[in-house]
Design a protein around this ligand. Sequence first.
Ligand code: PEP
Ligand code: MN
Length: 360
Amino acid sequence: MKNTKEMRNWLNDLGLNHPLVIAGPCSAETEEQVLKIAHQLKDTDVSYFRAGIWKPRTRPGMFEGVGALGLKWLQKVKAETGMKTCTEVANAAHVKLAIEHDVDLLWIGARSTVSPFIMQELADALEGTDKIVLVKNPVNPDLALWLGGIERLYNAGIKNLGAIHRGFSTYEKSKYRNIPEWQLAIDFQNKFPDLPLINDPSHITGKRDMVFDVSQTALDLNFDGLMVETHFDPDNAWSDAAQQITPQALVQMMVDLKIRKESDPEAKFNQDLSTLRAKIDVVDQQIIDLLAKRMQIADSIGGLKKTKNVAVLQSKRWNEILGKMVLQGEEKGLSEEFILKLFKAIHQESINHQEKVIKD
Ligand code: PEP
Ligand code: MN
């Protein structure tokens, strides 16, 4: 992708002095529900009203959306409130209908981004459109798949683009519905710094009382905006009831969120910041040196095991290390989640080193 700067035009043109906000229910349920939420969001920071009308549900038999009928309701939202509208599209027929009904922004869901076939079908159907198209990350943490989806759209001449970070599925138990893997979103930003990146705290958390916290983290990481599922009666929503917040809660959240500047020209601030960053650089170097030292020891252990034909993996010892490290980490304010991730990675690298010695 060459000219990524122009992808931001649609966002710059909005001229907002706050992060972009997209809000509305997970699903359009009835005409009354859609219009009631839209009127409650009118005259707030919300620029785009969202409502899913074709719902990708994990198991059959759940509410799969009202279908094309909902497009008429979105037209009414625009006529009555002046808010622009958006919905999810997952195939060429959805694209055609959404465009015919003046939907302003289309997003591609996480279950579609995983499939290059679907992404290509959507890119072909959208070819040359001046609609805004946002691509949610795929359900699995695969940066290339996410970028590939965006590239397919870009190659089809779609210039008003952006990405939505909605977290990643995992088999492991976690406090999140979809774990954020912030590092992956940061890698995404580094790769395409100009591409607008929106956070979806609703699908990351799955729980309304965590939505604020994840939104704040996203803003701290320079995300360009938020997509928040909003319903006047969240508990009785036909889908994603636990994660939706009321329009009133959204308004309050936008007041409470701290919107950070990218930088500040003040000299003392910049001096302090570079001193702290220099300290971090020194510590990072020490971490690398220590890891290298640890791997040298692993090489020696590998050599020793080889002489007696002893297996590389010693599960009992490994579990002891892990338990000890979690406790020590906790004492120093490091979360269990972090320690487990870190030491699993270190252990894997040690095994690779020992394997190499044993096989040599
Ligand atoms: C949604 O936005 O309602 C949705 C289905 O999201 P995702 O594709 O992130 O699961
Ligand atoms: Mn949803």
